[in-house]
Design a binder for this molecule. Structure first.
Ligand code: MN
Ligand code: MN
Length: 497
């Protein structure tokens, strides 16, 4: 058998001149991305971490064995029973946002495996596609066993097939990021920004919290996924290096766009889990501290290394570190029946922790939680709707998340008109992203527009049941008060049906 060094260099760089087709027909700009350059420009494309298919298969096999062993030891419902109920709810939130997004990443990688402009890039992307298939299957497999104990884990697979508002926001992000972007935008958005910039929040930050809360299953699952991400995320740096030589303005625009979109996504999924759903005894740092450590420091280093600038809205971003996820969480808590996971009202000790971690912003949130706590005391846990919003709320026409930009005193909503229609955004960066590519976004209808068009019911309870796909056994409650009452629907303003 040939030794690796005797064939690998030739195999990974195997591009040739086409004799009976034009290169732009083989790699059309709409599918390969812009700027469209001749192959000479892409020829220096280089991946720092090289692997052959044979090495890949052997390594992945060992990883699968390790995950299987953990699954066998810890995969049952006994493990779930040992977890703090609020952490288990965070697990439900995470699990549902993970596998089908990973599946969309298979498609993004496969597009690069066909339309990427250098053979080494295409090979790396092919292994990336296999990685993402694994990241689809692992959480589906592990969470499936938990369904008999808690039907909410069925949402691991179901979420992205529903019209739940989180799924609408999730698809708006994931469809663009992973399904429809060309390989150049995909490499910048997914590999360089999303994977290199943000996923360490989960892989390092959240997995350390998982260990402290005793969720070894989740810890091992994300660590196993991380080893794949660390390899294929490097595609981003390799593409970025060449993009910066030929079109640095476009590179910066893509970074600015995808940093904001990724930030909003992680604020909700990871921000909720770290600052609210992790039991106090398991917390090591706040979401903001993890972002400072794993996003700010590391991502700034990547930007400097490439000669990129910080996104133009950097001050807005820094301000949102103290506010944004707290704003959305408060909105989600008061509309908890619209989601498939439970939320918690932070008790006095937790609020003291949050006040210490967020000295600038927490005083503006404290009165709302104080008021909600009093309300619970007054009405008792029998009447959950007395601490619940009763009408649907507004959504951003770009990110599709609740209009929660800014602070409790001053929200940052922006409006604009395009071709005779009015649009509203949670923030300046969301409006900017829309304005750069209105054709891409203008036709998309948020939940409120669907209600106005008669596609979705305007009554909140009907919306939750018939459009968001939640029955009363599944919809979110206050996790610490849910044991104390039953039959939420019979206490609704409609009297139940
Ligand atoms: Mn993945
Ligand atoms: Mn990935």
């Amino acid at each position: 058998m040939l030794k690796r060094e005797d064939w690998y260099e030739l195999a990974r760089k195997l591009d040739w001149e086409f004799s009976y087709a034009h290169t732009p027909d083989v790699y059309p700009e709409t599918l390969s991305g812009r700027p469209w350059l001749t192959h000479d420009a892409w020829q220096p494309w280089d991946e720092p971490y090289r692997t052959t298919f044979s090495e890949y298969v052997h390594t992945q096999h060992r990883k699968e064995e390790a995950v299987s062993a953990v699954h066998e030891a810890l995969g049952g419902i006994d493990h779930l029973r040992k977890l703090d109920p609020s952490w288990a709810s965070g697990l439900k939130l995470h699990s549902a946002t993970l596998p089908l997004a990973e599946f969309a990443a298979v498609v993004g990688n496969l597009r690069a495996a066909r339309f990427g402009r250098d053979s080494a890039w295409r090979n790396a992307a092919l292994l990336g596609a296999l990685d993402e298939l694994r990241h689809t299957q692992i959480p589906l497999r592990l969470m499936h066993d938990l369904i008999p104990h808690d039907p909410g884990f069925d949402w691991t697979h179901r979420l992205m097939h529903t019209n739940n508002w989180v799924a609408i926001a999730g698809r708006h992000l994931v469809d663009e990021l992973l399904l429809t972007s060309d390989p150049i935008e995909f490499a910048v958005a997914t590999h360089f920004v999303f994977e290199t910039g943000f996923t360490n929040l989960q892989f390092v930050g959240l997995s350390s919290l998982a260990r402290r809360t005793g969720d070894t299953l989740f810890e091992k699952m994300v660590q196993s996924i991380q080893t794949d991400e660390a390899r294929h995320a490097q595609i981003g740096h390799s593409v970025m290096r060449i993009l910066m030589e030929h079109d640095p303005r476009y590179a910066q625009q893509l970074v600015d766009k995808w940093f904001w979109r990724s930030w909003l996504f992680f604020s909700v999924v990871t921000g909720f889990t770290m600052d609210y759903l992790t039991p106090l005894s398991g917390r090591t740092g706040s979401f903001k501290e993890f972002v400072e450590e794993w996003v700010l420091t590391q991502f700034q280093r990547s930007l400097d290394e490439m000669g990129l600038s910080k996104p133009w809205y950097w001050d807005t971003f820094l301000n949102s570190l103290d506010h944004y996820h707290h704003m959305v969480y408060l909105g989600a808590y008061t509309h908890r029946a619209t989601v498939w996971f439970d939320l918690v009202l932070p008790e006095e000790e937790e609020r003291a922790w949050l006040a210490a971690k967020y000295p600038q912003s927490w005083p503006s949130f404290e009165p709302a939680w104080h008021h909600l706590g009093l309300r619970w005391e007054k009405v008792g846990s029998e009447v959950e709707w007395h601490t619940h919003g009763l009408t649907p709320i507004g959504f951003c026409n770009l990110c599709q998340l609740v209009l929660c930009g800014g602070t409790p005193a001053q929200n940052t909503a922006r409006t604009l008109s395009y071709e005779g229609n009015n649009y509203i955004f949670c923030s300046e960066p969301c409006a900017w992203i829309f304005q750069n590519e209105p054709g891409r976004y203008a036709q998309h209808r948020d939940v409120v527009k669907r209600i106005l068009a008669g596609e979705a019911p305007g009554n909140l309870l009907e919306l939750v049941r018939t459009y968001f796909g939640l029955n009363r056994k599944e919809w979110g409650r206050d996790v610490r008060r849910k044991q104390q009452h039953t039959g939420l629907a019979s206490q609704t303003p409609e009297g139940g049906s």
